[in-house]
Design a protein around this ligand. Structure first.
Ligand code: GLY
Ligand code: MN
Ligand code: MN
Length: 439
């Protein structure tokens, strides 16, 4: 399948990478491995994000080589050969011809020829760019290729002398999203927002959490998102306080809140949305009080997404509103400053307010530069996702608050003038949620 991105976007990315690599160098990137689920059944295949970012090629059993200034061509794609028999069983393969015609490779070879050809490509290069540590078996193969060259030094062969982690360069590039990438992310955001709306419309007590998960996945798939970007969380009642709850098997009760954290993946780009709403369509007084604190914290954090601010600003904005809200409701005591400085709010808010978002749900890119929080810049996308989680056995607070868990999460693009919320089609004001659920 071809990417939704224009083909030249992939060549621009390779060019940007090659400018950073400089000549006398070679980069080698393997495709993601295929993982067995049980016995002979595999998990659905998902290409490695770095690999896809540079090639748009979604097949397994492939390796990319990038060699700046190589006269015969700089982009070499090793892949599975066309094979009529295998294609009847497992489906279409681009083959080496397709790698060139459809994916813009300058050269393409069968993956079976890797051990033979890579040392030839590597010979004479000073620097080798690889992501060591991601696939140990592949690392060992890389070392074998290097050693095979070292063994021939007396015949005049030159093995690479410098090993450089490719991650750093590539992940800097991935952090800044292009207009075309943003269009895909907006679409993923819209599809995901519609899935949350569908779940709100279908919710009622007596249903099981997985029945809402089914509504979410239904909306993803019928819009071409064949997989969620991460495992869907549907946590009702006190399950909303379990941050990575994915069991989704409880029967929802009248009076519960349900927290749904679900995002679609479209063409290898993630959306990541959380909404929390009452299963019966009406917030109780306590639920509403906690919800409004989280919502105000989220709005304050979103307002702090601006190129004048650094990465941590939205988090500190959220923490301040959450802590003040907890004080106002009597869930914390003392002063705002003491509670923040001593981290007492962490009893109810134990995670950070967001992360980079892109091809990976927890996307790549440094959060600090030279030990300082990184400045937000146009084209970066982050999530803003404060929450409050009051454990069902928290004896420090009145019983009426226990077991309430709320998170509200949106995907936010940094723009010249501030920000764009890419997922605002999913309602989050109390009045809008209640109205939607009444309808
Ligand atoms: N869904 C994962 C996260 O919100 O970080
Ligand atoms: Mn999430
Ligand atoms: Mn998130």
């Amino acid at each position: 399948m071809q990417s939704l991105l224009p083909k030249q976007q992939f060549s621009q990315r390779r060019m940007a990478l090659m400018q950073w690599m400089g000549s006398d160098s070679i980069a080698i990137i393997p495709a993601a491995l295929q993982y067995i689920r049980n016995r002979d059944a595999d998990f659905r295949y998902r290409q490695d994000s770095d690999f896809y970012y540079l090639s748009g090629f979604a097949e397994p059993d492939a390796v990319i080589c990038i060699i700046p200034n190589r006269p015969q061509g700089e982009f070499i794609l090793f892949c599975r050969e066309k094979d009529r028999e295998r294609e009847i069983w497992d489906g279409y393969r681009a083959g080496v011809e397709g790698a060139i015609e459809l994916f813009g490779a300058d050269d393409s070879y069968p993956i079976s020829k890797l051990d033979e050809i890579i040392p030839v490509l590597m010979e004479g290069k000073k620097r080798l760019y690889v992501n060591l540590g991601a696939q140990p078996e592949f690392d060992a193969r890389v070392m074998n290729w290097v050693n095979s060259l070292r063994a021939k030094t007396r015949q005049g062969a030159k093995a690479p002398a410098e090993f450089v982690m490719l991650n750093h360069l590539l992940h800097e590039l991935r952090l800044y999203k292009s207009a075309d990438e943003l269009n895909i992310m907006r679409r993923a955001g819209k599809i995901s927002a519609n899935a949350h709306i569908r779940a709100m419309q279908k919710a009622k007590h007596g249903l099981y959490e997985y029945e809402l998960e089914a509504e979410i996945i239904h909306e993803f798939m019928r819009n071409g998102c064949v997989a969620p970007a991460y495992n869907t969380i549907v946590g009702s009642g006190a399950n909303a306080c379990i941050l990575h709850y994915v069991d989704n098997r409880r029967q929802m009760q009248n009076g519960d809140l349900v927290l749904i954290d679900a995002g679609a993946e479209l063409d290898h780009y993630a959306a990541d949305i959380t909404r929390t709403f009452p299963v019966n369509g009406r917030f109780s007084a306590e639920q509403k009080a906690i919800y409004e604190v989280v919502l105000n914290a989220q709005l304050a954090a979103i307002a702090a997404v601006h190129p004048d601010n650094h990465w941590d600003k939205p988090h500190t904005a959220a923490v301040e509103v959450l802590t003040q809200g907890l004080l106002d409701l009597g869930l914390l005591q003392g002063t705002l400053t003491d509670n923040i400085e001593q981290g007492l709010y962490r009893e109810f808010y134990m995670h950070r307010t967001g992360h980079w978002l892109g091809m990976d749900v927890h996307d790549v890119g440094d959060y600090k530069v030279a030990d300082e929080w990184r400045q937000l810049e146009v084209g970066m996308v982050l999530t803003v996702e404060p929450g409050l989680y009051i454990s069902p056995d928290c004896e420090k607070v009145a019983a009426k608050w226990r077991g309430i868990g709320v998170r509200i999460e949106d995907d936010v693009l940094v723009t010249k003038t501030g920000h764009e919320v890419m997922t605002d089609a999913a309602p989050k004001q109390v009045i809008d949620i209640e109205q939607l659920m009444r309808g």
